[in-house]
Each structure stands twice: as structure tokens, then as C-alpha cells.
Design a binder for this molecule. Structure first.
Ligand code: MG
Length: 167
């Protein structure tokens, strides 16, 4: 069954949103690199790669359904943050927005009785629970650290150990 024009457009928009996320995290990675926080920079670089994977999952799915992939321009991203806490509070807020986007897609798929898209989106629903939880966990630690150099140094080491999980 061919994918609807409405769903095709929504998925193309989501591909753009995922690439925008990738771009934002790459910008944060450069910001941390510049401040000598290599572990934070590494964590953000992995986040960048994960978002690219998300974009490609949507792209491949749309293509598999016989839809037309239409890549759109990527809007500019911020290049500066006040501190690590500021960057991670933006990360947490951003992931909550992404969750809302995924939920809207699911709602549309339910309305259209598009069962294949509902099944495809389930992975993203679960992924967003993880994304929000991880961002909040790091944000909470940063609030506790309250910009003390020792705490930042320790968290930098911890974030530097994040492995890349390809799915
Ligand atoms: Mg994503």
C-alpha cells in the first residue's frame, strides 16, 4: 500500500528535523572541544552520529514505502552556550520537542490507519524515552556540580567513555 502524500511530507520534515538535531549536536561538540572538554565533545559527536542514523532510518523507510525523499535546507544552529549546564538544558528541551514530533507522526499514522508506519515509529517512541532520560541524567549531574572544576573534570572523563552503538 502506497504511503499517503500527507505522511510522505511529514516524514520528509522529520528527516530534516533529525539532520538539524545532528547539526546542533555537532555544533555543541565543537563548542566543548574549544573549551577543552574533550569528553563532552566526544559525547556530542556520538549524539551527532546517532541523529544521522535516525535521519537515514526515516529516509530508508520512506523509500521502502515507495515515497519520494525530498531533502530540505537545514536551518542554522547555535554556536555558543553559557556553559555545559546551558548546553545540556538545551539538549533536554530539544529532545522533549523531538518526542512531541514523533508523537504527532504516530497520531497521524493512527488516524490514517497506516499500520506499517505505526510499527516503524515504535522504535522511535522507545528511543525518545532513552534520549530524554539520558539528557536529564547528565543535566541533573551538571546542576549538582554547579560549575566546580573538579566535578566537571570527572564528568568529562565519564562522558568521554561513551561508546558508539550502531543500530
Ligand atoms: Mg533523533
Amino acid at each position: 500500500m502506497a504511503i499517503s502524500t500527507k505522511m510522505q511530507k511529514a516524514i520528509n520534515d522529520q528527516i530534516n528535523a533529525e539532520f538539524w538535531s545532528a547539526y546542533m549536536y555537532l555544533s555543541m561538540s565543537a563548542y566543548f572541544e574549544n573549551r577543552g572538554l574533550k569528553g563532552f565533545a566526544h559525547w556530542m559527536r556520538i549524539q551527532f552520529r546517532e541523529e544521522q542514523t535516525h535521519a537515514l532510518k526515516f529516509l530508508d523507510y520512506l523509500a521502502a514505502r515507495g515515497g519520494k525523499v525530498e531533502l530540505q535546507p537545514i536551518s542554522p544552529v547555535a554556536t555558543d552556550w553559557k556553559d555545559a549546564t546551558d548546553a545540556f538544558s538545551e539538549t533536554f528541551e530539544h529532545e522533549q520537542k523531538v518526542t512531541a514530533l514523533i508523537n504527532s507522526l504516530m497520531y497521524m499514522a493512527i488516524e490514517e490507519k497506516d499500520f506499517a508506519t505505526q510499527s516503524f515509529l515504535k522504535w522511535f517512541i522507545d528511543e525518545q524515552v532513552e534520549e530524554e532520560a539520558t539528557a536529564l541524567e547528565i543535566l541533573d549531574k551538571l546542576k549538582l556540580i554547579n560549575n566546580h572544576p573538579q566535578g566537571l573534570f570527572m564528568l568529562d572523563k565519564e562522558l568521554g567513555a561513551r561508546p558508539l552503538v550502531e543500530e
